[in-house]
Write a protein that binds this ligand. Structure first.
Ligand code: N01
Length: 542
């Protein structure tokens, strides 16, 4: 049976895509409109946007600059959309994705409110059987997980949470209704990128905000501002150059990492370089020198500069000392950028609690207890991050050939080839999966590269009458070793408690998950594998 969009039946498709964020939307467009495959997106949320649908906490804003936080595959989309601020706020990003979905007529093939709970591969039929929370069954030849890297919220198992009499929220599952902080005592747990964005905004209206900090963090000012007419014109006229630039840089941002090394310049010159980067603001700070991420002594100069900035901003010496007890090299945990984060601690209505010194022991009906004190709150905000990268996949019961579960396949940590496919799971593709640059980049560029690769791969299979593709175990083993060696050649392993390693989730196998070798190099590796007849993969006819 063939329906309006070439659907073979109500629930059988060529391709199923899980997730309607940046990745899922472009994957749907590519498979449906470029290859003509019957395709559908299954999305748990009641709206599109993925990460940006869920993360609507106060202050939620992207750390990539808006003009590069966009799809670059379509000149039409680029010319018709205009960002308003240097960094796009969450509502503007959702509006952008709505604009794209409407423009490309994607919504008719997106099933909202449809959470996938399982995906099982039937080898005899070469088909994935996908089941949703509501019990609906879908079938497809290709299954694409566009589930995002930061979509499985981590709510720490602190005893007593269920007894709390007030309201509590996780930033990654923020309600659609406005949360009223006015006149309320608020406790915020977590000082990662999210907490650093949320605290200054919550402090503006809360009666009192208490920030519970376990690991202090570096942060560089965002210097967000409205975009000038001149800049908007530059973006419109220079899109081809910008596209080329973001596809050629290490982190897929519109800046290159400098060639100079920290100790090639005098101490005075170095200070001036850091000062200029601080004044400019944003993630570009880490591009000041080429050796910041590989030479600890070099990194220390950046770390000292940033700690001195905190000491200058924060008036209370004790609070400044707690904020500067940073125990990891700069950039080895995801470096946040902020708007008045450190300034927030100069407010009368804000206090900082060091839970490394005095850990949280439990949550009571009235608030939070640490080993040395009890705090009363009306609202608790968990800015406690995510079961990152693998979490969204492991939340589903995914089973490949012979019933092999993804939990079993990843018992000792994620095992993939190129972060794109897993041995034993034919025709399953993971957009920005573990082992790819993903979270170390400006995500839309990494997403476009993966979607284009997957689309070309499926097109090639169909042109050659091939039914299934999966990587060899040897290719995945070698890739895993290479990802690990590449990370070990940097300072990244020195932040042992980072979510990059999975260290933030009790019991999660410790393995550095993203590929640190840079987006541009990674693109070449993927292209080379494809051009050598999908080297490292096994492809089979029917
Ligand atoms: O999460 P995080 P996030 N008791 O894991 C603390 C992206 N992002 O949501 O470091 C006490 O970084 C935890 O402490 P510690 C970006 O890639 C992007 O902030 O584990 N504290 C940490 O302080 C980012 O890196 C943007 O010791 C506990 C915090 O909670 C990623 O999302 C904006 C605790 C979690 O920090 C995740 O950032 C925001 C406990 N039991 C985020 N458990 C933009 O681009 C956890 N913590 C806009």
């Amino acid at each position: 049976m063939t329906g309006n969009n070439g659907h073979k039946s109500a629930s059988r498709f060529d391709a199923l895509i899980i997730g309607a964020g940046f990745a899922g939307l472009y994957q749907l467009h590519s498979l449906r409109d470029k290859l003509g495959l019957s395709s559908v997106v299954l999305e748990a949320g009641d709206g599109i946007g993925g990460t940006w649908y869920w993360n609507r906490y106060p202050g939620a804003r992207c750390d990539s600059e808006s003009h590069v936080y966009a799809y670059y595959f379509s000149d039409e989309l680029l010319t018709e959309w205009e960002w308003t601020e240097r960094y796009p706020a969450q509502p503007e990003i959702v509006r952008y994705l709505e604009f794209v979905a409407n423009k490309l007529d994607l919504k008719r093939d997106i099933r909202l409110g449809t959470r996938v709970v399982s995906a099982h591969y039937l080898e005899d039929e070469n088909r994935w059987i996908v089941t949703t929370e509501g019990g609906t069954r879908f079938e497809a030849t290709y299954l694409i997980a566009a589930t995002g890297c930061l979509s499985a919220a981590n709510i720490p198992a602190i005893p007593g949470l269920e007894s709390f009499d007030g309201e509590w929220y996780h930033t990654g599952q923020w309600p659609h209704e406005e949360v009223e902080f006015r006149g309320k005592a608020v406790g915020q747990i977590g000082t990662g990128s999210t907490g650093i964005q949320a605290a200054p905004v919550i402090a503006q209206t809360a009666k009192h905000l208490t920030v519970f900090q376990r690991t202090p963090n570096f942060s560089v000012p965002a210097h967000n501002r409205p975009l000038s007419a001149d800049f908007k014109q530059y973006v419109r006229e220079s899109r081809a150059e910008i596209r080329k630039l973001i596809r050629s840089t290490t982190n897929a941002h519109a800046f290159k990492i400098s060639d100079r090394k920290v100790f090639d310049v005098s101490a005075q010159e170095r200070e001036a370089i850091y000062e200029a980067a601080w004044e400019k603001g944003g993630l570009e700070f880490r591009a000041c020198f080429q050796d910041l991420m590989i030479d600890k002594a070099a990194n220390d100069t950046a770390a000292d500069f940033l700690k001195n900035k905190i000491r200058k901003i924060v008036k209370d010496p004790e609070t400044a000392a707690t904020l500067t007890k940073i125990d990891h090299p700069y950039g080895t945990k995801r470096p946040p950028i902020d708007t008045d984060y450190f300034e927030t601690f100069n407010r009368e209505n804000v206090s900082l609690i060091d839970v490394r010194a005095n850990p949280i022991t439990r949550i009571t009906p009235r608030g939070i207890e640490t080993t040395d004190a009890a705090y009363e709150f009306d609202i608790i905000v968990f800015a406690t991050g995510f079961d990152a990268i693998t979490g969204p996949l492991l939340k589903m019961d995914i089973r490949g050939r012979d019933g092999l579960s993804i939990h079993k396949a990843w018992e000792t940590g994620p095992w993939t080839y190129l972060g794109l496919q897993i041995p034993g799971f034919p025709n399953l593709f993971t957009i920005t999966g573990p082992g790819s640059p993903s979270v170390l980049t400006n995500m839309p560029v990494a997403i476009e590269q993966h979607v284009d690769w997957i689309t070309d791969c499926i097109a090639d299979m169909r042109n050659n009458d091939l039914a299934r593709i999966e990587p060899t175990a040897a290719a995945a083993d070698a890739w895993g070793e290479y990802v690990n060696e590449t990370a070990s050649a940097t300072l990244m392993p020195q932040a042992g408690h980072s979510w990059y390693h999975g260290a933030n989730i009790p019991g999660k196998p410790l393995k550095f998950m993203p590929y640190v070798g840079g987006m541009a190099h990674y693109r070449t590796i993927c292209d080379d594998a494809a051009s050598r007849g999908y080297e490292g993969f096994t492809r089979q006819a029917r």
